[in-house]
Design a protein around this ligand. Structure first.
Ligand SMILES: Nc1ncnc2c1ncn2[C@@H]1O[C@H](COP(=O)(O)OP(=O)(O)OP(=O)(O)O)[C@@H](O)[C@H]1O
Ligand SMILES: [Mg+2]
Length: 326
């Protein structure tokens, strides 16, 4: 299979109190053509920063990529300037951001916002762009599309706004969609509808999706392959079935145990003890060691490398040192 996106040894940092603070450490992964890859991990594990790094969307923050490179279709894009990146965004790579409310312009009608994107990336005239906008809104399940074009974001419900965001993201048939928690803010029924829709459109258009979520239920429904992040590092990667059947990293095991089962009482729900350490207070050795129920003495001494196993999965845990295959 052809690799569409390749993230290679990317390290990213922010400046805090005049000090550089590394939040993404030496991250490498790829997304193949037509593949849905899930990026999971608790809050603060670096999922959003990873996605922002791909398109260098650090404007207005102190963030930057310190090392590594990002390739799209075998071309290095991490050294692109803003103008070149802008061309890539929307047309080839689209993003749905974690905060949909902030990414729609409150003083612009929905129609203008969608047609603007369409016209930026196609040769469509005004009329054609409008027609395409209606088609896209209908595709995301908005039946009164013509009316919605004339409305402002605040006139729409949260679920509708998110559908609009998705239709904008998909308007130019991107080859890669990066969707950061696209449904987290929505209620369960609308969430299911929108995920179903994304999958449908993904099959129709053959696009690839990098789906960022902390919901492993969503991952099992949607993804082909899963990358698990902890404290700014990749700790495990596997095909989705392998990950759920045989999670290797104690962190992944904990995440899976924490998925609420149907009918389970809330107070009997498992949760991994402790919290993700802030970037300024990382322990020595394995970053998960202080929370790990299988911790060994080496774990607090030396950080385990990300080892590839015989099935092509990856895991960084000293428990599997002898399984290393490289
Ligand atoms: N603009 C910023 N300035 C400084 N630090 C930041 C900034 N954005 C993120 N960080 C830090 O980077 C780390 C990773 O954050 P990130 O937002 O990528 O986590 P996440 O996995 O997306 O979490 P969530 O599930 O809550 O969205 C955190 O420690 C966070 O505090
Ligand atoms: Mg995030």
């Amino acid at each position: 299979m052809e690799n569409l996106l390749e993230v290679e040894h990317v390290t990213a940092q922010f400046i805090q109190n005049d000090q550089p603070l590394t939040v993404i450490h030496d991250i490498s992964f790829h997304v193949q053509k037509g593949e849905i890859v899930g990026l999971v991990g608790e809050s603060g594990s670096g999922k959003s920063v990873t996605s922002l790094s791909i398109m260098k969307l650090f404007k207005g923050t102190t963030g930057s990529i310190r090392s590594g490179s990002i390739k799209y279709k075998n071309e290095v894009i991490s050294n692109y300037n803003e103008a070149k990146l802008r061309k890539l965004r929307g047309k080839q790579i689209s993003m749905i951001f974690q905060e949909p409310m902030t990414s729609l312009n409150p003083v612009m009608k929905i129609g203008e916002q969608i047609t603007e994107v369409i016209r930026l990336h196609t040769s469509h005239g005004k009329k054609e762009a409008k027609k395409h906008a209606v088609t896209m809104l209908k595709k995301v399940g908005i039946s009164r599309a013509e009316e919605v074009l004339n409305e402002y974001p605040h006139q729409l419900s949260g679920g509708m706004r998110q559908r609009v965001m998705i239709s904008i993201a998909l308007a130019c048939n991107p080859e890669l969609l990066i969707a950061d928690e696209p449904t987290t803010a929505l209620d369960v029924t609308i969430q299911a509808q929108i995920l179903e829709l994304m999958k449908e459109i993904q099959t129709d258009l053959g696009m690839s999706i990098l789906l960022i979520t902390h919901d492993l239920g969503v991952v099992s429904e949607m993804c082909d392959r899963v990358i698990v992040m902890y404290a700014g590092r990749i700790v495990e990667e596997a095909q989705v079935d392998a990950l759920f059947d045989n999670p290797k990293h104690p962190y992944t095991q904990g995440l899976i145990r924490s998925i609420p089962q149907l009918g389970e009482k809330i107070d009997s729900l498992f949760s991994i003890p402790g919290q993700v350490p802030p970037p300024s207070q990382m322990p020595k050795g394995c970053k998960f060691a202080p929370r790990c129920h299988k911790v060994m003495s080496i774990c607090s001494e030396k950080e385990p490398p990300l080892m590839t196993d015989e099935k092509g999965g990856r895991c960084s845990c000293w428990l599997y040192e002898e399984d290393q295959d490289d």
